[in-house]
Design a protein around this ligand. Structure first.
Ligand code: HEM
Ligand code: HEM
Length: 196
């Protein structure tokens, strides 16, 4: 099996190095983007420029994230990874559902953000480059897309909380799930301490 394909050992089926790198790169970018999104909406409208400037940074990062997510989905489709065989069926199904919904959010959030931004009078700038303006000023559609963006963000954060709690649980149990995504094992010392 090539090094870019899933590697099988007697107990684990791992994600490829590229998939692991994309997972952690996107995780870092998405946490930063969430923080930026929540912070920027409270920037006052005056003096003019500051708020618009940070909105443009948010839009540019968000569109870049969407492109990386597309690369990740293509890679994942070409290089499927088997569900963890040692886990009970309900856990495998819960993980599959969680991952599918995370992907859905990672597409729906930037798409609604972009579409909402095109329904305004202001052009969308990608790191300073003005993108083609193919839509028109349509406040009702902008409102709808903002609502989708907002609901998507909350769904995403809920799914993430479940995802991270599940990862932590597997890590404490010392089963091989976390190793699939390149996380180091729980150190023996911590395990000894938590046992007492
Ligand atoms: C924005 C942050 C994150 C997102 C969007 C995300 C998304 C995902 C997705 C979609 C998968 C499935 C991989 C695939 O099938 O392609 C996955 C797997 C995984 N993630 Fe995350 N993740 C995030 C953060 C984290 C964090 C912080 C941890 C650990 C604390 C973590 C631990 C894992 C583990 C261990 C797996 C492998 C699960 C398995 O083998 O079934 N993730 N993640
Ligand atoms: C995965 C990528 C993205 C994440 C995680 C994200 C996250 C957020 C968050 C947390 C907020 C504040 C809550 C809210 O008002 O909805 C927000 C607001 C906003 N985002 Fe994003 N965003 C992403 C991509 C984008 C993209 C690609 C655009 C536009 C091209 C965009 C445009 C906006 C705008 C204009 C707002 C202000 C509120 C509104 O008018 O809807 N976002 N985003």
């Amino acid at each position: 099996m090539s090094s870019t394909h899933a590697k099988s050992t007697s107990s684990t089926v791992c994600y490829s190095r590229f998939a692991v790198a994309l997972h952690w790169l996107l995780a870092a970018a998405l946490f930063a983007q969430l923080a930026l999104g929540w912070w920027m909406i409270d920037i006052p409208k005056s003096p003019p420029g500051l708020r618009a400037g940070w909105f443009n940074v948010h839009k540019s990062i968000g569109l870049t994230i969407a492109l990386v997510v597309l690369v990740r989905i293509v890679w994942r489709t070409i290089h499927p990874v088997a569900a963890h065989g040692a886990l009970p069926a309900w856990q495998r199904q819960a993980a599959r559902l969680n991952h599918a919904l995370l992907y859905l959010c990672m597409l729906a959030i930037p798409l609604s953000g972009y579409l909402g931004s095109t329904f305004t009078r202001y052009p969308v700038r990608y790191f300073g480059i003005v993108l083609p303006d193919w839509n028109r000023d349509w406040p009702a559609a902008k409102e709808l897309m903002s609502a989708v963006h907002y609901a998507g963000v909350w769904l995403f954060m809920t799914l993430l909380a479940l995802h991270i709690a599940a990862a932590l649980w597997h890590w404490l149990k010392r089963d091989p799930v976390c190793a699939r995504m390149g996380l180091p094992a729980l150190p023996r010392l911590v395990q000894e301490l938590t046992r007492r």
